[in-house]
Design a protein around this ligand. Structure first.
Ligand code: SF4
Length: 343
């Protein structure tokens, strides 16, 4: 059966497709919510999120470099599904490096007759270098496009109903659009893209079944270390740290695995890296994160750090932060202390 705007939703539902930006939200549910909001509204927007701000995650760049047509085709299918007459504009968000290197490839695809009209509506938004990681959070990204202060919005309302300029907005990650295209062509095999970094021989981006355990991903890519090691999964900032006996679970978040050689990785260096990241990337909107990340950084650099206070500040960040950057910040520290230091 040829794919059309009616049956694409069923195909996505049947494929159990989930978003690949990190949150794994069901794609069909999001698409249906935008479509339903659009029933009583005049216009909608589509946003492709491809800036990939989480350190260690490289799969979106890999996809737009190697499969630009598949990504664009996913966006085309989204526009067809929502109704091209009502989709006012499409924004493609990229960081500067990706835009420079892969923008030409994407633009070339948009000159193909099938995508020409889509191309006329598409605008590339290049992430300004001074902006922090949080600009990739979906509601902060909407603020960026609208020219407002780049910070997350209070939800609800959700972008599906009240997104760009108050209109229904479909925001999906690059890999999600890529997968939609595969689903439409009957080629989707429930795989996902893994980025493997660190002390391994074959760093890179790999497509493998989505339900593999961390250990299986390392084995299948010939990256399972022969020395004592630990990993950080789902991103090199917010990802959870696990020891080598905890690898029988699937890879979470945006699909990255960072492998650390236990013999040469120093706790203080690692903590400093994470603290620098959070301290620099906090957008400053809420007190818990703005002050908390600063105080943690300061405390850690004190000649006699107060470990009890350090832990309390981490708990406060988890409980009181406005968005995931702050509430997830304690994860690497706490999991390292529990799974590596006390194992
Ligand atoms: S948690 Fe941090 S990044 Fe998120 S809104 Fe608050 S200050 Fe900004």
């Amino acid at each position: 059966m040829p794919v059309n705007s009616r049956n694409i939703l069923k195909k996505i539902t049947d494929a159990n497709l989930v978003g690949r930006g990190g949150a794994s939200y069901p794609v069909a549910q999001k698409w249906a919510a935008v479509k339903s909001a659009l029933a009583t509204r005049k216009i909608a927007y589509i946003v492709v999120n491809g800036a990939e701000g989480e350190p260690g995650v490289k799969k979106d760049g890999y996809l737009i470099k190697n499969f630009p047509q598949e990504v664009i085709n996913g966006v085309y299918l989204a526009e067809e599904f929502l109704n091209p007459a009502k989709v006012h504009k499409i924004y493609f968000f990229l960081n500067r490096e990706y835009f420079r290197a892969y923008g030409p490839g994407l633009k070339k695809v948009l000159t193909l007759p099938k995508y020409k009209k889509l191309g006329e509506k598409m605008e590339f938004i290049v992430k300004p270098e001074i902006l922090t990681y949080i600009s990739g959070e979906e509601s902060a990204l909407l603020n960026l496009i609208e020219g407002r202060k780049v910070e997350p919005r209070l939800k609800p309302p959700y972008p599906t109903e009240h997104g760009l300029h108050g209109h229904p907005t479909l925001i999906n990650n690059t890999e999600t659009f890529y997968n939609v295209s595969l689903v439409a062509r009957g080629k989707f095999k429930n795989e996902r893209w893994y980025t493997i970094n660190g002390s391994v021989k074959h760093r890179g981006v790999y497509s493998l079944p989505a339900d593999l355990s961390i250990a299986e991903v390392l084995h299948r890519t010939n990256n399972y270390p022969s020395y004592s090691f630990f990993v950080q999964v789902g991103g090199e900032a917010a990802g959870e740290v696990l020891n080598s006996k905890q690898l029988d679970q699937p890879v979470s978040g945006a699909g990255s695995i960072m492998v650390y050689d236990e013999r040469s990785t120093k706790k203080d260096r690692l903590f400093k890296y994470w603290l620098n990241f959070y301290h620099e990337q906090s957008c400053g909107n809420c007190t818990a994160c703005r002050e908390g990340t600063y105080r943690l950084f300061e405390l850690f650099n004190h000649p006699e750090p107060d470990h009890k206070l350090f832990n309390e500040l981490l708990d406060n960040l988890a409980d009181s932060s406005f968005c995931a950057l702050g509430s997830d910040a304690p994860k690497p520290f706490k999991s390292y202390l529990k799974n590596i230091l006390k194992k």
